[in-house]
Design a protein around this ligand. Structure first.
Ligand code: NAD
Ligand code: GDD
Length: 325
């Protein structure tokens, strides 16, 4: 039986990844600062621990793991990473998790380690035109990410690749493009646009107004979490290290996305564009490299994924209301 360690297993993607690995027959240890708040991710063993501490990293790495998946990071949507207020925490926490976890895994003799980088590492200068952003893997340099979160991701990508070059551990690096789905953060300040807009629409009356940050013409693509996990597993099983985009190529403006969610709700919704943290003007995954190297790329439509997500957030919101009564 293969053994995997999932760092950040109490989080959104980590919880889904644990389930996927279990369904493939792995023995899985999860580690995180917290348990998954929606009960997602049924690991065989779950350690509550802080991965900025090298002793914790050493302890959780022991036990003969074949694979480590390093997803632990201080992260959130535009309301968390683009305000500037969390920059020190993001860089300090995430860089320490990566430095100590990678070292501990290599020292413990782990054969393969996965690292979750982000599309936020791409240079801002290629993402100024909302209709024509460039995010092909080779366009990463000269580096100019628009957030400290992106700079930390870029540093850590390079860190992992040095361990592969110098110390023999096999490394896999993926650049995720805005992953969404059930069991993701949907309130509290760290939520990304898909969950935030679903929540706003759910909370609005029929005929009501929702606030959307920016002019709404900024573009993004969003990838459903099951396809993200599929991409991660395919990358792990391949002989390609990356860095490679794991994202959707279905680009949409944020206002059109809000209209799509309003349509799913069946309500008439008025969009009010207000100032707020925006990030880059345009972003879209470029899937040429993943298609070439893995013979696969995500294909599920945004509408399909966001419909399932809307339903799940609706249930969560209803549960909260019921608890208040
Ligand atoms: P998440 O916030 O739900 O999960 C991250 C988990 O890491 C959290 O449960 C958190 O408690 C844990 N963590 C943070 N600091 C820790 C520490 N010091 N010790 C132990 N655990 C710690 O985020 P997610 O959406 O599941 O993202 C997973 C990974 O993918 C992250 O590295 C993130 O940067 C990356 N990523 C995500 C997206 C996305 O759209 N969700 C996009 C690009 C990259
Ligand atoms: N979060 C959020 N909440 N965003 C909103 C809202 C809202 O209520 N209204 C409009 N937006 C706009 C933001 O201003 C931004 O321009 C766009 O929707 C997308 O915001 P997010 O989904 O929060 O983040 P992002 O796409 O800029 O960055 C995310 O994806 C990266 C990978 O592609 C973040 O999750 C990063 O952490 C991640 O690495």
């Amino acid at each position: 039986m293969k053994k995997a360690l999932v760092c950040g297993a109490g989080g959104f993607i980590g919880g889904h990844l644990v389930n996927r690995l279990k369904s493939e027959g792995y023995w899985v240890r999860g580690v995180d600062l917290k348990y998954n708040e929606y009960g997602n991710g049924n690991a065989d063993d779950f350690v509550i621990g802080d991965l900025t501490d090298p002793v914790v990293c050493k302890n959780v790495s022991e036990g003969g793991f074949d694979e480590v998946y390093q997803l632990a990071a201080d992260m959130g949507g535009a309301g968390y990473i683009f305000t500037g207020e969390n920059d020190a925490a993001v860089m300090h926490n995430s860089a320490l998790c990566n430095l100590h976890m990678l070292h501990a895994a290599q020292q413990a003799g782990v054969k393969k380690i996965f690292y979750s980088s982000s599309a936020c590492m791409y240079p801002e200068y290629n993402q100024l035109d909302p209709e024509n952003p460039k995010c092909s893997e080779e366009s990463a340099y000269p580096a100019a990410p628009d957030s400290e979160y992106g700079w930390e991701k870029l540093f850590s990508e390079r860190l992992y690749l040095t361990y592969q070059r110098n110390l023999g551990i096999t490394v896999k690096v993926a650049r995720f493009h805005n992953i969404f789905g059930p069991q993701g953060t949907w309130k509290g300040g760290k939520e990304k646009a898909p969950a935030a807009i679903c929540r706003k629409v759910i909370e609005a009356e029929d005929g009501g107004t929702i606030e959307i940050w920016g002019d709404g013409k900024q573009t993004r693509s969003f990838l459903y979490v099951d396809e993200c996990v599929e991409g991660v597993r395919r990358l792990m099983e391949s002989d390609f290290s990356g860095p490679v985009n794991i994202g959707s190529e279905e680009m949409i403006s944020i206002n059109d996305f809000a209209k799509m969610i309003a349509e799913i709700s069946g309500k008439k919704i008025i969009i009010k564009n207000i100032s707020g943290p925006e990030g880059v003007r345009g972003r879209n995954s470029d899937n040429a490299l993943i298609q070439e190297k893995l013979g696969w790329a995500p294909s599920q439509s945004l509408k399909e994924g966001i419909t399932k997500t809307y339903q799940w957030i609706s249930e969560q919101a209803n549960k909260e209301v019921a608890e208040l009564v």
